[in-house]
Ligand binder design. Structure first.
Ligand SMILES: [Zn+2]
Length: 258
């Protein structure tokens, strides 16, 4: 783990990149920002997490770091030990966790629950969609007060630009960096379950409603159809080994959702 704190005092904000080693948009965004030697009005910790996976340009070395929390300092895997180390650093911080995806080109936020702290973190991203993934907890944002952002397709310049835009907006909105920012009122989606299955081709579109009976994935003539209407979230052909992605409901604007 590579970590650098900028600004005076003990940070209560942290920006995390590369929980997944092949998702390097957040690392670029942090690198570009810090290269400007910014003057921050409050302390922020910048963390590049999975250095071994970055070096190998793979998602993880032994196991998915974002499924390894809370981890174990004496764990059997590199990621188990790293998860414990990360959580010890980040436990008391409000966290922005930057990712990229195989599922959707437009950035969106992910949270575990919608308490006031998380609502404020979501607004600070400036993004117009947020997914409450609290139904399937386990990632870093289930262990800290945090918001994750999927910045766009893995390995693209667009994802890097999006990550940098979100990072600067977030630091502006949280009073760390003196820049213009937007505080958004995003559309809220809540994950209800997973669409399980290996090697399916996803034939729908994320955030576009699938009607009951509609086919959303197929594999050699075998089709997955919706029992109930839902909105696909993080669904893709390549994204996961064991599932197509998540099924969500749409709840309305954040300001209207209790
Ligand atoms: Zn990721």
């Amino acid at each position: 783990m590579q970590t650098e704190t900028v600004g005076d005092g003990t940070p209560d904000l942290a920006v995390v990149a590369c929980l997944h080693g092949d998702e390097q948009c957040g690392k670029s965004a942090i690198g570009n920002l810090l290269a400007e030697r910014p003057v921050l009005d409050r302390a922020v910790q910048f963390v590049v997490a999975n250095e071994a996976a970055i070096a190998a340009n793979v998602r993880f070395v032994d196991e998915d770091l974002n499924r390894a929390f809370p981890g174990n300092p004496d764990g059997d895997t590199y990621e188990s030990r790293l998860a414990a180390e990360l959580l010890a650093e980040l436990r008391d911080r409000r966290v922005l966790d930057l990712h990229s995806t195989h599922s959707h080109p437009v950035p969106f936020a992910l949270v575990d629950g919608l308490d006031e702290t998380r609502r404020n973190l979501v607004r600070a991203t400036g993004l117009d969609r947020v997914v409450d993934i609290g139904h399937i907890p386990g990632g870093l944002i289930s262990h800290v007060a945090g918001v994750a952002v999927e910045c766009g397709y893995v390995g693209t310049a667009t994802a890097e630009r999006n990550a940098e835009r979100v990072l600067r907006n977030f630091l502006g909105a949280t009073g760390a960096l003196d820049v213009p920012f937007d505080e958004s009122d995003p559309e809220v989606y809540r994950v209800m379950g997973v669409a399980a299955g290996r090697e399916y081709e996803f034939v729908g579109r994320n955030f576009e409603r699938v009607e009951a009976g509609e086919t959303f994935a197929s594999r050699d003539g075998d089709e997955l159809q919706a029992d109930e209407p839902f909105y696909p979230v993080l669904m893709s052909t390549e994204g996961y080994d064991e599932m197509v992605g998540f099924c969500a409901e749409r709840l309305g604007r954040l300001s209207e959702v209790s």
